[in-house]
Write a protein that binds this ligand. Sequence first.
Ligand SMILES: Cc1cc2nc3c(=O)[nH]c(=O)nc-3n(C[C@H](O)[C@H](O)[C@H](O)COP(=O)(O)O)c2cc1C
Length: 216
Amino acid sequence: MFPRIPDFFCVGQYQIAKWVHWIGDRVLKKILVVFGSPHPNGNTNRLVKKFLEPFSSEQFDTQLFDVYAERVSPCIGCGWCAMQEDCCINDAGKRLDRLLRECDLLVIASPVYNLSFPSPLKAVLDRFQRYFEARFSLGKKPPIAKHRLAVLLAAGGSPSEEGVEIMEKQLNLCFSVMNTTLSGTAAWLSTDRGEIGWEKAEVALNRLSLAILSQI
Ligand SMILES: Cc1cc2nc3c(=O)[nH]c(=O)nc-3n(C[C@H](O)[C@H](O)[C@H](O)COP(=O)(O)O)c2cc1C
């Protein structure tokens, strides 16, 4: 019925669709989930669902950007964004730019692929080059006006943390020009061995959710 939409989102889509409004005297907080798994109901989705549990109240509006559904084209290094604050590629990257500028919390949720992000998500990170050029070629300081927190939720088949560490390094590099702070990571490792690593992942997810809740 909802192809490629993970079930955590199917609940949220019936919530209030407006991006900005007030509930009593509290501002609605916007959460953007950039979802990087080809499996809408796989291990990465399980991480997302668990992480978002404490954010289920009406105070939070969760938007999903599924990179396998959205098909963001790779950066072609044309230099356009060094001349104007824009990207010459007219695709879902434009929508992502709008969602990104508005959100209070950015969740990057991804499986580990060859010690990195799956290629559609890597394409998204490369398209963030426009913010680097806005900062250093166009002198925009900061290139994105609003500050946001970010978290990395990662699922890896092996027990090694190496891929997750590399992914964190990549995000820190991108975020350094995006007015975005990577606040923490929760990883589910050894997924190839079934449930063995889930308990540790659950503890990390709970800790991370509560830490973020106290900050946004
Ligand atoms: C192409 C490919 C490359 C992978 N590379 C790694 C890797 O480098 N390290 C690792 O720990 N797991 C690796 N895996 C395993 C996935 O990260 C793991 O199965 C993950 O739990 C999948 O999450 P998903 O259910 O959301 O797709 C790889 C899987 C695929 C398909």
